[in-house]
Design a protein around this ligand. Structure first.
Ligand code: MLT
Ligand code: ZN
Length: 473
């Protein structure tokens, strides 16, 4: 028997576009994880706040789960719809609405791609400093949902530092203004900050006020080759003391092999275990000299084996490609992604333990390390051997992730630094959050979304009655 709900939705919401073709259900029902078989009820494309409210209220009445959907570049399954949900795509709510020069606030709709936010900021001689490789496809709504980090956190912090205000349609369809662009606001709970990183479980952001800032001075990009992880931490300390860094990113030789196989230029003749791409202020001769002097010192101390400083924009882009191209280069190998963090001070001890753990548990797999070492954030990607069935591979990686989660707990770290928990990391959330914290989180979820319609089963299981997720690919 065919489902009459999509037709009913189309009748009730004439201003909303709906899609139910199988290709659309597949396309809009998944994110970059590719682990679940998409099976949403329908895809709704509202173009105004009132229709978002109407759809959320309809979902409450009919007990249909909603999955908010941006660019679906997520890596934790947060935007997956594999269970008959209504996907609420914010694709048509993609306009820059306003710029307030006094407060330097850009107001945007949630479906605006990050790259478009950057361009809009530039038009006003300013920047929106959150940045990462998926900038062309991800949307600001998705960035807010995961508190996205990226390559400039070391200087500017995460998305949550740049959100001046949010307009939210809560899980019960209420429209609420959170913080209204105030710099100082000491009037009770900061609900805006609860919504940032909530992975769409509290409601749907329909408008965001973003703080912009001055562009940084002219910068240079340097690629360094390093002999060991210990050297990596020392090089970080050394450069941070001498230069003003805006990025400090690392990757291993295995990562380089994959990016080069994917078309990037090999940077050095010889192979080295570790590499760093770092960007630093270089607007004066003094700063440029300081960078060269720091490089020579590191070379003399044996902490760096080779290095190059970009001499042009094109060369800087080529160096950045070595780091930013990793995700795309690994994608065909169906990576199981770990995105963990510890405090920078805890990194050496955590790393020694983790390296030993993964060498012991994954002797047969290609394990690729990279990430935002300056933020204490490691991406550990395990690649699926071609002949192995995906389900067996995921099962094995989940088992090892449980051990990794125990190490994180011992070192006071987090199972997700910036990708979010979604479906992928949900079994490991308790390694990062204790029982009392999780109980508070459940209470907050219930307060925003009493009927449990907002992205149920993502992040943690609330009190929703919707069927649970199985891993199906
Ligand atoms: C990155 O740092 O490149 C992103 O977090 C994406 C990824 O981990 O694959
Ligand atoms: Zn990252």
């Amino acid at each position: 028997m065919s489902d009459s709900r999509p037709a009913e939705l189309a009748r009730l919401f004439p201003g909303v576009m709906f899609k139910t073709d199988s290709a659309d259900l597949e396309y809009y029902g998944r994110d970059w994880t590719r682990r679940w078989v998409p099976a949403p009820l329908a895809i709704a494309f509202p173009s105004c706040v009132e229709d978002v409210q109407g759809l959320v209220r309809w979902a409450n009445t009919h007990q249909v789960a909603i999955v908010p959907s941006g660019g679906r570049t997520g890596l934790s399954g947060g935007a997956v719809a594999a269970n008959g949900e209504l996907v609420l795509s914010l694709e048509r709510m993609n306009r820059v609405l306003d710029f307030d020069p006094a407060d330097r606030i850009l107001t945007v709709q949630p479906g605006v791609p990050l790259e478009m936010v950057h361009a809009a900021a530039r038009e006003h001689g300013l920047i929106y400093p959150v940045d990462f490789a998926a900038r062309g496809s991800c949307t600001i709504g998705g960035n807010i949902a995961t508190n996205a980090g990226g390559i400039r956190v070391i200087r500017y912090g995460n998305t949550r530092n740049w959100i001046a205000g949010l307009t939210l349609v809560s899980g019960s369809g209420e429209l609420v203004q959170l913080n209204r662009g105030l710099v100082k606001n000491s009037s009770g709970y900061d609900l805006r900050q609860l919504v940032i990183g909530a992975e769409g479980t509290l409601g749907i952001v329909v408008e965001a006020m973003l703080w912009l800032t001055d562009p940084p001075p002219e910068s240079s990009v340097m690629l360094l080759a390093l002999p060991s992880f210990e050297a990596l931490m020392q090089v970080f300390e050394g450069l941070r003391a001498r230069l003003t860094l805006s990025a400090f990113e690392f990757f291993t030789q295995r990562a380089l092999v994959h990016v080069v196989a994917h078309g990037a230029q090999r940077p050095f003749e010889e192979e080295h275990p570790y590499y760093v791409v770092t960007e630093f202020d270089a607007d004066t001769e003094e700063k440029q000299d300081a960078a060269l002097a720091a490089f020579s010192e590191l070379l003399d101390a044996g902490l760096v084996g080779d290095g190059v400083i970009a001499q042009s924009q094109a060369q800087a882009a080529a160096l950045w490609r070595l780091r930013e191209g990793i995700t795309e280069a690994l994608a065909p190998h169906v990576p199981y992604k770990n995105d963990v963090s510890v405090r920078i001070g805890a990194m050496p001890a955590f790393l020694a333990e983790t390296q030993a753990l993964l060498a012991r548990e994954y002797p047969q797999f290609d394990v690729v390390w990279f990430g935002h070492i300056g933020d204490g954030n490691l991406h550990i990607n395990v690649l699926k051997p071609e002949p192995m069935a995906n389900a067996d591979f995921v099962h094995e990686c989940s088992r090892v992730t449980s051990l990794l989660a125990q190490a994180l707990q011992r070192h006071g770290g987090s199972i997700s630094a910036e990708h979010g928990i979604g479906l992928v990391k949900k079994p490991h959330l308790s390694s990062t959050r204790d029982a009392a914290e999780l109980a508070l989180m459940r209470g907050i979820r219930h307060a925003f979304d009493p009927n449990g319609v907002m992205n149920p089963h993502k992040l943690f299981d609330g009190d929703s009655t919707h069927a649970s997720y199985g891993e199906t690919r």
